[in-house]
Design a protein. Structure first.
Length: 405
């Protein structure tokens, strides 16, 4: 049994996804020797209910100069973050000389709108490559890991912030005690911390076990976030469900007593209690469903191979590392994966070593089947790739279960 990273309570493991590579490290063909592997397993804290990985991957291995994920690669996500920025500009950032800090600003997908509005901002991101792309958009960025020391330095040099925001980043950070001490130093007395991450409730509902990979250390719920915030002297004051990335929740936390919690917080807490989201039995059933998905997907892909069908995959997502390595998918079952990210192209998928090719390869000629690894962008991709289905191609999805479209 391991120890909770938040409250030091006992963590009971409920799902083991086996030996896994870094999800965002794409080796060159012939360069697969020194690949890093770790044991990807998830557990539930019996005290604070935080669901978390049981093994931690060193942060410098994941978030590097050449971190390949660019947030602006999806038009839906660009629109989502532009709307988010506009909302902040109309709500939290209306006082005199407002200041917003974003943890994990990546290529500036959210802060570019804030910068264009002339509002004081600072992005913090350790991945130098994406940070440079953000700077080219006029966004101010510090290439650093956000933690207590970074926050103290920002507060000292730039003043306190009205808003600290983190999208798809807080769940990547095991050391949340340091983050909350930093927030305490950086936020104005009435300032808020807003963060959005994949929601455990959706992961369980959709059996989307591919949300579990090295970078996703925590799987939040309203209950676990409320317990965590209280433990660090803050309070969960609002929650909002978001449709992006397969279903997320946006949490707002403030200093204790600074804001009145909204009805939405209670409503989500009651919903989680009613459906027994933090019950070991619920998570054991989820683990059984994951194994079923694996068995059905492997059976389908082996049948298609035996029938001589041409099968490729679409989107070399970080999530797909978990699927490919847990299910044992390799180039014998999937000819290649197509992806728009130049830094992933002409390389191999982590651990499973399937070649990654550019989007032009997809139609030259179209395959019989395409396994949609980027299922969270299904609407955008299926609309863009209408001709694939018109040519007789079928999509294979494994969320919420294995099916063809
Ligand atoms: N916010 C963007 C979005 O939602 O698309 C980027 C999300 S990306 C999955 C996670 C980002 O967090 C990466 O750019 C990574 O470099 C950054 N990151 C990881 N640990 C961090 C830390 N301690 N402080 C700041 N950024 C961090
Ligand atoms: P994500 O699910 O973590 O956002 O990653 C999506 C991956 O899929 C990323 O590598 C970019 C790729 N992608 C495409 O190849 N084509 C597309 O149309 C979209 C939206 C993403
Ligand atoms: Zn705990």
């Amino acid at each position: 049994m391991s120890t909770c990273r938040i409250c030091e309570g006992p963590v009971k493991e409920f799902l083991d996804l086996g030996r896994q590579p870094l999800s965002d490290a794409f080796p060159e063909p012939g360069g697969t020797e020194g690949e890093f592997f770790f044991r990807l397993a998830v557990g539930l804290c019996a005290s604070c209910t935080m669901v978390q990985l049981v093994e931690e991957v060193p942060r410098e291995k994941m978030f590097r100069e050449d971190y390949p994920y660019h947030s602006s690669g999806s038009s839906v996500m660009r629109a989502h973050f532009e709307a988010t920025a506009r909302r902040f500009l109309e709500t939290e950032l209306t006082g005199p000389d407002p200041f917003v800090v974003e943890i994990g600003c990546n290529d500036g997908v959210m802060l570019r709108t804030v910068s264009d509005a002339g509002v004081r901002h600072l992005g913090v991101d350790p991945s130098a490559g994406v940070a440079e792309v953000a700077r080219e958009k006029g966004v101010r960025v510090r290439t650093a890991f956000f933690e207590e020391a970074t926050a103290l330095d920002i507060a000292a040099t730039e003043g306190r912030a009205d808003l600290v925001y983190a999208a798809n980043t807080l769940c990547h950070i095991p050391y949340l005690d340091s983050i909350f001490r930093g927030l305490d130093a950086l936020l104005k007395p009435d300032g808020v911390f807003v963060f959005e991450d994949p929601y455990l409730g959706e992961i369980v509902d959709r059996t989307s076990f591919d949300q579990i990979y090295d970078e996703h250390f925590y799987f939040f719920t309203a209950r676990s976030v409320q317990a965590m915030a209280r433990g660090f002297g803050f309070e969960l004051v609002d929650v909002e469900r978001l449709p992006v990335h397969g279903g997320e929740v946006r949490y707002t936390v403030a200093r204790r007593g600074a804001r009145t919690p909204s009805d939405a917080v209670d409503a989500l807490l009651v919903e989680e209690e009613t459906r027994r989201l933090a019950d070991p039995a619920t998570l054991d059933r989820f683990a059984d469903a994951v194994a079923r998905t694996r068995d059905e997907l492997v059976a389908l892909l082996e049948r298609l191979r035996d029938e001589g069908r041409r099968v490729v995959a679409y989107g070399a997502t970080a999530k797909s590392a978990t699927v490919a390595n847990y299910c044992g998918l390799g180039p014998d079952l999937i000819a290649y994966v197509t992806d728009t990210t130049p830094a992933k192209q002409n390389r191999l998928t982590p651990g499973s070593h399937i070649p990654v090719r550019d989007p032009e390869a997809f139609s030259a000629p179209y395959p019989d089947y395409a396994l949609l690894f980027a299922w969270n962008h299904a609407e955008e991709i299926m609309a863009k790739e209408e001709d694939f289905r018109a040519a007789g191609g079928r999509w294979i999805l494994y969320v919420p279960d294995v099916h063809l479209v």
